[in-house]
Design a protein around this ligand. Structure first.
Ligand code: F3S
Length: 389
């Protein structure tokens, strides 16, 4: 791989052991993929911050870099963790003091390296792009697959799916390998998927699952579809990155880049296919919890949901959105709706805390909760709000 003099210097340890090690890891991964050079990044988003997901090995890995005196070379935000830091029991969780201490160690180590503890999977609703001047065409290293898909597809901010440890290494090194979504040509779609009619959140998630399982090749799919809101775009993008390994979809009239004049192939996806996939997963009886906010919702969406949500509803948001929703939080409390920050049903130990029947409008939450043994159903937002009363 071609390295600049600056990169050679870092690799030789002139900026400390931690930065040299981090850069070496980024180079190794880049070389394995065939990248010819590195590219400086403007921001990193660290996933793999939940103790539930990374366990003791993960805690020690992060702490080992903090102990070497590692500092992030670029601003870095952090993904959700295993409980709401301000109010640990805002979700029904069984948390031991040792468990909480392990989570605190992760946060402390990340903060010592300079991380901003946004604790959200939707940094783009928490003001991160604005705060750091991120704009279309900028290169970043984000580790949360749904956020990566949103960055590439909606904001035209370029990132590969880095995964937790690699985003951490890129943040310390200030660089990532020049590959995949960082390269103009790799962002141009070759296959188009067309669907008729408007898609709300759960429908968009199912469409994402269908596209991700059908789509082959490394180029992003071109999507011609009508999404009812930014929330349904987000659910679609979370689903394509959950059911497959896509890092981007080029969505007509949403993706800022120009769509290609021609594609190699076009496929239609029928409404019946989407409706059937949803019917198969619909609740077959009463549910205990209505869950929304995977990925974390925006302030506008929170405000719309609160207007109609009944008790038994849980909505997850970033601490940034939470801090701007004081009045909404009051209304939510009166109605028995829980607004949860910093975490979610998937990355917390929720699945160990009882046998709840959960209904959600998020394909991603449906996918992971069912794999964790939770009885979970997928339903349209308006139906969920109906069940919640
Ligand atoms: Fe976010 Fe948790 Fe879903 S981290 S994307 S709300 S699984």
């Amino acid at each position: 791989m071609f390295l600049t003099r600056e990169e050679e210097r870092i690799l030789a340890g002139e900026e400390g052991e931690a930065r040299a090690r981090a850069l070496k890891t980024v180079i190794k991964v880049g070389e394995a993929l065939g990248a010819e050079r590195l590219i400086p990044i403007k921001h990193a988003h660290i996933s793999g911050a939940s103790y539930e997901n990374i366990g003791d090995f993960g805690v020690e890995f992060i702490e080992s870099f903090a102990a070497m005196g590692a500092k992030f070379a670029v601003p870095a935000s952090v993904n959700p963790v295993s409980y709401d830091v301000e109010e640990p029991l805002s979700l029904p969780l069984k948390l031991s003091p040792e468990y909480m201490r392990a989570q605190e160690r992760i946060l402390k180590a990340l903060a010592s390296m300079g991380a901003q503890l946004e604790l959200t999977c939707t940094p783009y609703y928490a003001g991160v792009p604005e705060r750091h001047g991120l704009k279309a065409g900028d290169h970043v290293a984000w580790g949360e697959s749904s956020a990566v898909a949103y960055a590439n597809s909606v904001l035209a901010i370029r990132s590969n799916r880095e995964g937790g440890p690699l985003a951490l290494m890129a943040a310390i090194a200030g660089r990532t390998y020049y590959y995949g979504m960082h390269i103009d040509e790799q962002r141009i779609p070759l296959v188009e998927y067309i669907v008729e009619g408007e898609l709300e959140e759960a429908e968009a998630g199912v469409l994402g699952e269908i596209v991700a399982t059908r789509h082959k090749g490394e180029r992003p799919p071109l999507i011609t579809a009508r999404f009812s809101s930014d929330a349904s775009v987000r659910e679609f993008l979370a689903a394509i990155s959950t059911a497959g390994d896509l890092a981007m979809a080029h969505i007509r009239e949403i993706t800022p880049e120009r769509p290609p004049r021609e594609v190699e192939r076009r496929e239609r996806i029928s409404r019946e296919e989407i409706d059937e996939a949803l019917e198969r997963r619909a609740p077959d009886g009463p549910v205990d919890i209505i869950y929304m906010g995977c990925p974390h919702v925006s302030l506008e969406e929170l405000s719309n949901l609160i207007k109609s949500a009944g008790s038994r509803t849980i909505i997850s948001v970033s601490r940034s959105v939470y801090s701007r929703s004081e009045e909404l939080a009051r209304i939510a409390r009166e109605r028995g709706v829980r607004i949860v920050r910093d975490t979610c049903l998937v990355v917390s130990p929720f699945y160990k805390s009882g046998s709840f029947r959960v209904a959600t409008n998020s394909f991603k939450a449906y996918y992971y909760l069912s794999r964790r043994g939770v009885k979970v159903y997928l339903a349209r937002t308006r139906d969920l709000l109906g069940y919640s009363h």
